[in-house]
Design a binder for this molecule. Structure first.
Ligand SMILES: [Zn+2]
Length: 162
């Protein structure tokens, strides 16, 4: 058995995202098959860095308070997820979520991913602008040095780091 208080878990921001409070609960618990993160987002903050998909994980968010706004799919359908609501994204489904900058209150939420307590970065895709294609394209995304990520355009193969 493992038992921890959320407030006792140190904050650790996602390298690609803007948020002040992200607590990796699954690491504190030593989970084998489940990733679990606690978030407190202020208006303007996000869970993740942008539109992305995990090809090896489904993701579920439970919103405890406030209203999170997600953009889903390549056409960025907007979905509001309010208090005591849950939303699930299938493996390979593109999504990004956060709190609009003009929101009146922040969000407290739990994010769950399975299987896998840590990401297989080879299975992460992000939608970002490709200056060679001069359009948004899916990019294979993997971490490199200094908290940066390398993006490889699946349209033209152009590579860059951010
Ligand atoms: Zn390209």
């Amino acid at each position: 058995m493992e038992h921890v208080a959320v407030e006792a878990v140190d904050d650790e921001a996602n390298a690609l995202a803007e948020h002040e409070v992200r607590k990796p609960l699954s690491r504190a618990l030593g989970t084998d098959y489940l990733a679990m993160n606690y978030f407190e987002l202020s208006p303007g903050e996000s869970f993740s860095g942008g539109l992305h998909a995990h090809n090896d994980q489904e993701e579920v968010f439970y919103v405890a308070s406030g209203t999170a706004r997600f953009e889903v799919g390549r056409d960025r359908e907007t979905v509001a997820v309010g208090p005591d609501e849950v939303i699930r994204f299938a493996p390979g489904e593109f999504q990004t979520g956060g709190v609009p900058a003009d929101a009146d209150e922040g969000v407290v939420a739990i994010a769950l991913g399975a299987p896998g307590a840590s990401h297989d970065w080879d299975a992460l895709d992000s939608v970002v602008y490709c200056r060679e294609c001069e359009a948004e394209h899916v990019h294979e995304t993997r971490p490199v040095e200094d908290g940066q990520f390398q993006f490889t355009c699946t349209g033209c193969g152009y590579e860059f780091a951010l």
